[in-house]
Ligand binder design. Structure first.
Ligand SMILES: Nc1ncnc2c1ncn2[C@@H]1O[C@H](COP(=O)(O)OP(=O)(O)O)[C@@H](O)[C@H]1O
Ligand SMILES: [Mg+2]
Length: 360
């Protein structure tokens, strides 16, 4: 093993965003500065198994059946961790982890909690920030509390829907006829429906409740979709904003990831200087309110006609493919992809070194 920092690139995972994660991880791997870091790809299969991938290979999907890589478990080792194989042998040391996992069990604070317990530095938001940013209901309540403009919404639990659908329909009705129905904890537009008439509401809720026992229903706005990248720990900086022009009726799963997608990214977004400044300022505020660190992509709606700006949601592990918005926005703001990856790793190490360690 070289004297370089061993970077554990964690990808795959148990969420519906497994394949997306593999694509993001490949780009991060390609951008990693090998002069400073050694790449250790760690694939998480869909049943939760960990595989230390040989030779830096990142296959399309991580599968136990395919016998990919050595099956390992992480064991804490004072400020680092060791990946240990079946016979208790150390397969690899990891000095810092870069989780490129989207959605539940990756972006939601659970894996971050594991690395806290093991005492290993990791890139991105901590347990609390990750969990809160993943939950569209809690996150919106904190935004509302802080006076950040958000679209009117209603939260509904599946038992409330089952026990008193009339009351639920009344509450939702106050948002108007056109709403978006979403599972509270997910991403990539999975389980999200656009409802144009009350008759479509029940089916939309049934869909959302297949993914989560809590749904968020939001008033639909006719808006441009603007995204801003944030980077830093205590003094985070915002990138130039970018714009998504969805190729479908809204920015759906296929529109985000399919090869046939006709969605367009405008970088930077055509905005006035005042709009850009307001978006950057709100993006940083959101980052601070939710106690995020390292990185986040903060998404906005800029309403057509009124010009009103709403915060949509933060993403604590944004897409990292070569065409993804987060790295593209930093490139446009003067931070090339390889430098961005190095900076994120440095931020993880800085945070870890500066954290209070007193226990009694
Ligand atoms: N209130 C809304 N009004 C208009 N479009 C919306 C609204 N909420 C969501 N959308 C559309 O659905 C997409 C996905 O919703 P979002 O809340 O960002 O979920 P995800 O976490 O899955 O990305 C958005 O990018 C946008 O195209
Ligand atoms: Mg989104």
């Amino acid at each position: 093993m070289s004297g370089k920092l061993q970077v554990g690139l964690l990808y795959g995972g148990r969420s519906g965003e497994h394949e997306v994660s593999v694509r993001s991880a490949r780009s991060v791997a390609a951008a990693l500065d090998r002069g400073r870091f050694d790449l250790v790809p760690i694939g998480l299969d869909r049943s939760g198994g960990w595989h230390c991938m040989p030779g830096g290979a990142l296959p399309d999907a991580v599968a136990v059946a395919a016998g990919q890589g050595a099956a390992v478990v992480p064991v804490g080792d004072s400020g680092a961790c060791r990946l240990v194989g079946d016979a208790g042998e150390t397969v690899q040391r990891i000095d810092v982890v870069f989780p490129v996992l989207h959605g539940p069990f990756g972006e939601d604070g659970t894996i971050q909690g594991l690395f806290e317990v093991l005492g290993v530095p990791y890139v991105g938001a901590g347990v609390l920030g990750s969990a809160v940013a993943m939950d569209k209901d809690i996150q919106k309540r904190l935004m509302r509390d802080a006076g950040v403009p958000i679209v009117p919404f209603v939260t509904l639990r599946s038992d409330e829907w089952r026990d008193d659908p009339q009351a639920a329909r009344r509450r939702i009705g106050e948002l108007g006829d056109r709403v978006f129905v979403k599972p509270a904890n997910l991403g990539s537009s999975v389980g999200i429906s656009k409802v144009d008439a009350p008759a479509q509401l029940d089916a939309a809720l049934d869909t959302a409740f297949r993914y989560d026992s809590k749904a968020v229903v939001e008033k639909a706005v006719d808006a441009r979709e603007i995204e801003c990248a944030v980077l830093g720990n205590r003094d985070p900086k915002a990138s130039l904003p970018g714009e998504i022009e969805p190729g479908e009726e809204f920015y759906s799963y296929d529109d985000k990831y399919s090869a046939e997608s006709t969605a367009r990214l405008l970088i930077p977004a055509p905005l006035t200087a005042a709009e850009t400044a307001e978006i950057q300022q709100l993006a940083v505020r959101c980052f601070e309110i939710l106690d995020l660190r390292g990185m986040a992509r903060v998404d906005f709606f800029l309403e057509r006609g009124s010009g009103r700006l709403y915060l949509n949601e933060p993403n604590t592990i944004p897409g990292f493919t070569s065409i993804s918005m987060y790295p593209k926005l930093w490139e446009a703001s003067g931070v090339p992809y390889p430098e961005l990856v190095s900076r994120l790793i440095e931020l993880a190490l800085e945070w870890h070194q500066a954290r209070p360690v007193a226990v009694d």
